[in-house]
Design a protein around this ligand. Structure first.
Ligand SMILES: NC(=O)c1ccc[n+]([C@@H]2O[C@H](COP(=O)([O-])OP(=O)(O)OC[C@H]3O[C@@H](n4cnc5c(N)ncnc54)[C@H](OP(=O)(O)O)[C@@H]3O)[C@@H](O)[C@H]2O)c1
Length: 238
């Protein structure tokens, strides 16, 4: 599906990757771009329509879906991350619950609310923002990784299920991206604009998945190996 002439709804679009999705949709000639965000006050960007949505709050999701009932492309982008001491840290359960609430159940709730809207359209699509972490062992991000792996699985179930309803489902996997989420982490990072351009190109090409940087491409290419990347991460990725 081409984003040109689409009506796009993006969660977490006030900053980071979400804002890049919104701006690029506009640049590519989307008919309308709804920028979903928890706080709309002070957001003023020409061509973007701010809509209040908190993906942990069902009432706000229902209100957003009602307001944006012409949506043809949903981007499940909103997400949170936290560093912990590892998979056995004292706060692993609390942090996992927090991550799942936004990164997994948030995707489930928003998709449930928007699916009836998308199913009514001749052409529709969903982009789920995932991560290389669904395959990469990074113990300090264990709760985040589990929530993204769950969202990846849900994306695969959805794709299969929604095929009959002609809704394209695209999973975006990428490593570190230069946004607030990775502030203070001193590693090479992809640019949000580049990730978004590749994602919309993949959507237009009818793809199911996009690996938006070289490291993630390499990681995925190891999955059928004797020692896949989730057991022995490729050099430079651990
Ligand atoms: N940056 C990376 O390295 C990287 C890599 C792979 C995947 N990702 C994924 O990319 C997505 C965007 O992250 P980012 O890097 O752009 O991070 P970011 O700059 O921290 O932005 C996160 C966005 O999500 C929103 N958000 C968080 N909780 C929300 C909730 N309950 N309801 C609605 N919106 C909520 C935030 O809103 P507020 O402004 O209100 O907090 C913000 O707009 C996430 O799903 C993240 O997991 C990021």
């Amino acid at each position: 599906m081409d984003v040109t002439n689409a009506t796009v709804f993006i969660t977490g679009a006030n900053r980071g990757l979400g804002l890049a999705f919104a701006r690029e949709a506009r640049r590519r000639g989307a008919a309308r771009v709804y920028a979903g965000m928890r706080k709309t006050s002070g957001f003023d960007e020409p061509g973007l329509i701010p809509v209040r949505i908190d993906v942990t709050d069902k009432a706000s999701i229902a209100a957003a879906a009602e307001l944006a009932a012409d949506t043809t492309l949903l981007v499940n982008n909103a997400g949170i991350a936290a560093l912990i001491d590892g998979p056995l840290a004292a706060d692993v359960e609390a942090q996992s619950a927090r991550m799942f609430e936004t990164n997994y159940y948030g995707v489930v709730r928003v998709t449930q609310a928007f699916e009836p809207i998308l199913s009514n359209k001749p052409q529709a699509a969903i982009i789920n923002v995932l991560s290389d972490i669904v395959w990469l062992p990074r113990p300090i991000l264990a709760p985040y990784a589990a929530s993204k792996a769950a969202a990846w699985n849900y994306t695969n179930q959805l794709r299969f299920y929604l095929h009959e309803r002609r809704i394209q489902v695209l999973g975006l996997h990428v490593g570190f991206v230069d946004t607030d989420l990775t502030n203070g982490i001193d590693v090479p990072k992809a640019s949000p604009d580049d990730v978004v351009r590749q994602t919309y190109d993949a959507l237009a090409a009818g793809k199911n998945e996009i690996m938006a940087d070289k490291g993630t491409m390499l990681l995925k290419s190891t999955l059928a190996a004797e020692a896949p990347g989730y057991i022995t991460p490729p050099a430079g990725l651990s």
